[in-house]
Ligand binder design. Structure first.
Ligand SMILES: Nc1ncnc2c1ncn2[C@@H]1O[C@H](COP(=O)(O)OP(=O)(O)OP(=O)(O)O)[C@@H](O)[C@H]1O
Length: 494
């Protein structure tokens, strides 16, 4: 395939010699790849409740830049009406519990983001109404739905009142930990959070205690079926990554069954960064008469993420270029996304041989092992994480400054997967931070796939050529330097 490709030195994608011939190929996007179908909701859990706490939301872990720099930069961004982080209101205007306001302040949240400002009044309105919310990756959707839950739960009873569903154990645990941080001041009053992810201890038959249950659909459904989880007092059902969850055959069915087990008055809350058109129809059925906030496709990309692509000649050159690339650059933390587990294993082998500390997370791992690998990445012991789409959504690790699309994401039908691309690159550039997304292309199909994705989101990626590593290095150092330079300038403004 590589031979059919004429070398190009023009950074503009449209100038590729083989760029135009198949331009009218029909492109359909679905929210899930086969990998995601296979690899979610797997494994067993070593620990329950909120232990193994990650540093989600509390700003305590090793950021590239000191936290105060980021806050100053954030203040600027939050003044710009066109930025998704902009808002005119203060958290204080939302009539939240004092304990929640205190926690928000301790967490360093100065102002609500646009989605928080717009969603919270609708979410908190009485009588409760269904809600569908879309906002760019890393703009604080989790805090929006957690505040609604924590504001509404009755702490006089420990019976489950809110269920949050997420596609993977990592995301469910991250949300549960975020809920614990945000609910710190309510713990004295009896707030309990239950993690419903695969765990052998659930088999004991013990009833679930906790006003907030956060888990994967399979486990939640299991607990309901075994009558360990009582649906009687549940008044809020929140689904994160809802487009993906409702679109996936297995998980969609489970979500529907969970919803059917709940009272008709349950407030249904759906959030995602993407709601492709074909999903919106069944979203409307799942959450009837919902207050809805959606975005236009051109608003979806996060501006702080610089999108580049590396032009390789063939598959083997992808491996050698990747290793060369990592030997050249110092990157805080990064995630390399691949299509298949076998590629993940091969990259791990080659990078380890070059002396890099890498971790690999795919659905092949069992729960406890999976937790351990992810923790090594989160706490910075391993700087590079090689993952399949299992980690493409929701994961919030602030040190991630680069995402590599080693394989261009595809749907099960082999078409470019717009949504997965957006979610993957959204693992960097979170809440006003800057980041780099580097995609590898090595043949006509991968190149066309990337170009279709970029056309869809109306972005122009910058081309890097493996024949000119000096240019690659200069270019990347420039991008990285620009991110760093932003900080001192802003410091002076402060
Ligand atoms: N108002 C705020 N001020 C400062 N930081 C915030 C605020 N709200 C959320 N954050 C932080 O922003 C980061 C991203 O938030 P979150 O994970 O909720 O994004 P998201 O919109 O759910 O992204 P994704 O679409 O990738 O799931 C988190 O680290 C969170 O602590």
């Amino acid at each position: 395939m590589a031979d059919s490709k004429a070398p190009s030195t023009d950074p503009k994608p449209a100038s590729k010699s083989w760029a135009d011939d198949d331009d009218d190929t029909p492109i359909t996007a679905t929210a899930a790849t086969s990998e995601a179908k296979k690899e979610t909701d797997e494994g067993t859990l070593a620990k329950a409740q909120t232990d193994g706490a990650t540093s989600w939301m509390n700003g305590s872990h090793g950021l590239d830049e000191p936290e105060f720099d980021v806050n100053v930069k954030l203040a600027d961004l939050q003044e710009d009406p066109n930025n998704p982080l902009f808002s005119v209101k203060a958290f204080e205007d939302l009539n939240l519990k004092e304990e929640l306001l205190q926690a928000i302040s301790t967490m360093g949240f100065r102002k609500p983001s646009k989605i928080q400002e717009r969603a919270l009044p609708l979410l908190l309105k009485n009588p409760p109404q269904n809600f569908v919310g879309q906002s760019q990756s890393g703009t604080g959707k989790t805090a929006a739905f957690l505040l609604n839950i924590l504001q509404r739960v009755n702490l006089d009873s420990t019976s489950p009142q809110a269920i949050v569903l997420a596609p993977t154990r990592e995301l469910a645990k991250q949300i549960a930990n975020g809920c614990a941080v945000m609910g710190t001041m309510l713990q004295d009053q009896g707030l309990k959070i239950f993690q419903a992810v695969p765990d052998p201890s659930h088999r004991g038959g013990k009833s679930v205690e906790g006003q907030v249950v956060v888990g994967t659909p399979g486990t939640v459904m299991d607990l309901l079926r075994r009558k360990q989880l009582s649906a009687r007092d549940v008044k809020i059902l929140t689904i994160d990554e809802a487009d993906n969850m409702l679109d996936l055959q297995g998980m969609g069915d489970q979500c529907r069954r969970i919803k059917n087990a709940l009272s008709q008055n349950t407030q249904i809350v759906l959030f995602s960064a993407t709601f492709p058109q074909q999903v919106l129809d069944f979203v409307a059925v799942f959450a009837p008469k919902a207050n809805t906030i959606t975005l236009q496709v051109e608003e979806l990309t996060v501006k702080g993420i610089k999108q580049l692509y590396l032009d390789c000649q063939n598959d083997e050159e992808k491996y050698t270029s990747l290793v060369k690339f990592y030997n050249l650059m110092t990157i805080a933390s990064s995630i390399i996304f691949v299509k298949e587990r076998v590629t993940a294993a091969e990259i791990e082998r080659r990078m380890t041989a070059e002396g890099h500390t890498v971790a690999q997370l795919t659905g092949a791992l069992e729960g406890a092992e999976r937790d351990a690998v992810f923790e090594r990445f989160r706490n910075g012991t391993a700087k590079v994480l090689i993952a399949t789409n299992v980690l493409s959504r929701g994961i919030d690790v602030r040190t991630v400054t680069m995402v590599v699309n080693y394989d261009i994401p595809e749907t099960v039908d082999g078409m470019p997967d717009f949504e997965t691309y957006l979610h993957r690159i959204g693992r960097t550039g979170r809440f006003g931070r800057t980041g780099v997304a580097l995609s590898f292309v090595h043949d006509r199909k991968s190149w066309q796939g990337l170009m279709a994705i970029c056309k869809h989101f109306q972005v122009e990626p910058t081309r890097l050529d493996t024949k000119d590593w000096e240019h690659v290095e200069t270019m990347l150092k420039g991008v990285m330097r620009n991110s760093r330079n932003a900080v001192p300038e802003i410091e002076m403004d402060a």
